[in-house]
Design a binder for this molecule. Structure first.
Ligand SMILES: [Fe+2]
Length: 325
């Protein structure tokens, strides 16, 4: 109930966080108390937040942000007809050649889908993300110290629409701010679903080539039907996908807005190094343990992985992806 009360208050007291603006009575925050047994940063958790009435999450303001991000190719679009089993291919060009303004004018049209990447490059959103990360930092850093590179991603869509099955390198607080959506998340350790070699390829080269959903394994996922104020946390490399269907949509209220707050930690960096080491071990015919499954093996492999990365940078012009090294 606390969140709902705050949401009602939020209309009056949220501020943009601009320097010199009146002090905010309500701070944007993520609440981690939704999971039975407490929050565990290594597992999937149901969470809550109080963002849905925040001024920076209203569609006109998001459209303004999209205009700012479009020239830097941080507005992303999927092809019409994409499904959850499709390749997660997205492009900085609107598929039918419309302007970003026209995309938002028709954002309620069935099947509309646009994502805004790296919204933290805009100072107001940077402050919002920092505020949200600060609200969870004490709990997260008990298990995963050293949060770095916090980032934000908006997903705006009108039903029926989907985000294909994929995985990300960061930990993710995925927050539903408007409309309804189904988020399906799979266990990061489910090796029947995604082979370890495919996860390594993604972490090391950001290739999703080996990451496709086998429909026969769809039941391995946990479905979260979420609305404004709800959210799902999932750790780095947890496969996930979303869908939204039209039964909740009403004229003037038919758009889903989700905000993903992502971040790396000392643990995700260690896992990236273990993946690098595992890849070499696999080429030597060894079937290595996945990161996070053996503390002492990870402690041995991570420094080796770091050396391998350094050698690749020096001799193969390897570019270390964000969160790695
Ligand atoms: Fe994702």
């Amino acid at each position: 109930m606390k969140v709902v009360q705050d949401a009602v208050l939020a209309d009056e007291v949220f501020t943009s966080g601009r320097p010199g603006s009146p002090a905010a009575v309500v701070h944007a925050r993520i609440e981690l108390g939704g999971s039975a047994g407490g929050f565990d940063s290594h597992r999937v958790n149901l969470i809550r937040h109080n963002l849905h009435q925040h001024p920076l999450l209203q569609l006109p303001r998001i459209a303004q942000l999209a205009h700012e991000l479009m020239p830097t190719k941080q507005c992303r679009f999927v092809r019409p007809g994409v499904t959850q089993t499709s390749e997660f291919f997205h492009t900085p060009k609107v598929p039918d050649g419309r302007s970003i303004g026209e995309v938002f004018e028709r954002i309620e049209q069935p099947g509309a889908w646009v994502a805004l990447y790296n919204i933290q490059t805009e100072p107001e959103y940077r402050r919002l993300i920092d505020e949200l990360i600060d609200s969870v930092r004490p709990v997260v850093e008990r298990e995963q110290p050293g949060i770095f590179n916090p980032a934000g991603y908006f997903f705006i869509s009108a039903p029926p629409s989907v985000t294909p099955f994929h995985l990300d390198s960061e930990n993710n607080f995925w927050l539903q701010a408007r409309g309804r959506k189904r988020m399906t998340v799979f266990d990061r350790c489910d090796r029947e679903l995604v082979p370890a070699s495919a996860v390594e390829e993604f972490i090391i080269h950001r290739s999703l080539d080996g990451v496709r959903l086998d429909p026969a394994l769809r039941h391995h996922g946990r479905d979260f039907d979420v609305g404004p104020g709800d959210g799902v946390y999932f750790p780095s490399t947890s496969p996930h996908m979303t869908s939204t269907t039209a039964e909740w949509a009403r004229p003037g209220d038919g758009v889903s807005v989700s905000l993903a707050i992502t971040f790396y930690t000392a643990v995700t960096r260690q896992h990236a190094r273990v993946h690098q080491c595992n890849r070499v071990l696999r080429r030597l015919g060894v079937e290595p343990r996945f990161p996070g499954q053996s503390r002492w093996r990870d402690a041995v492999k991570a420094p080796l992985g770091r050396l391998i990365t350094a050698a690749l940078v020096k001799f193969r012009n390897y570019v270390v992806p964000p969160g790695g090294a």
